[in-house]
Design a binder for this molecule. Sequence first.
Ligand SMILES: [Zn+2]
Length: 89
Amino acid sequence: MIKQFNCPECGEHRLEEVMDNVTVSSVIETIGVESNGVADLVYGEQTNEDGDIQCYQCVGCGFVLKDRDDREIDTPEELNDWILCHQPE
Ligand SMILES: [Zn+2]
């Protein structure tokens, strides 16, 4: 069953997962060496490792999903429950 997020505040459909403690690795495509001593790096592919989910929030307005006890939702299981409770169809 595929469900779509509908923001209760602004109607936005895009939801984002915000993570803490993530290790990000970026491929460096080119290194521009500047006379001021600061290298001008052009980045390619990025990979993320580890990390803890901090919250799920609306891309449009930043509305943070919370459970019945007003705790921020920070697991996919809780997100599943939230969607089932708030998006009836
Ligand atoms: Zn929103």
